[in-house]
Structure formats: C-alpha cells, structure tokens
Design a protein around this ligand. Sequence first.
Ligand SMILES: [Zn+2]
Length: 81
Amino acid sequence: MAFNTTNSALDAAGLPDGPTDVREMTHAHKLDCEAAESDCRFIIQSENEDEAIELAQNHMKEVHHKELSNEELREEHLQTV
Ligand SMILES: [Zn+2]
C-alpha cells in the first residue's frame, strides 16, 4: 500500500541514534572582532564558515577599512565553537 512510505519516513526521523548530528548542530564559526581591533566589539557567528568569513570581510572593510583575505580571517581570527 502507498501509505507504507509515510511510515518508513517517520521511522527514520524517530531513530534516536545521532551523536554526530548533535555535534554538527553545535558546531559554529565565530569571529570576535575585539580580538583583532581592540576598540570594536563586533561578533560574527555562523554555522556556515564561508558566510562567517564573508560577513567578517565586509565588516573589516566597511568599519576598519582593512582588506583581509579569506586565509587571514580563517587562520588568524576565526574560531570554531
Ligand atoms: Zn570590528
């Protein structure tokens, strides 16, 4: 019967065996601008690393007039929390 397909979808969603999923959800990329610029308290946090870097890059450019490369931001300023 066609209804069986909905049952299997519910079973998959109801399985409580996902410690790796929990880690993925708490994994975020954070950039605390205070670490780079002592007079700024801007904080960026995103689960998407590319997005965090892009936001940080925009902030650094617009507020601090600094052109930082993706590598500089990733290696020197970005924290994983
Ligand atoms: Zn700043």
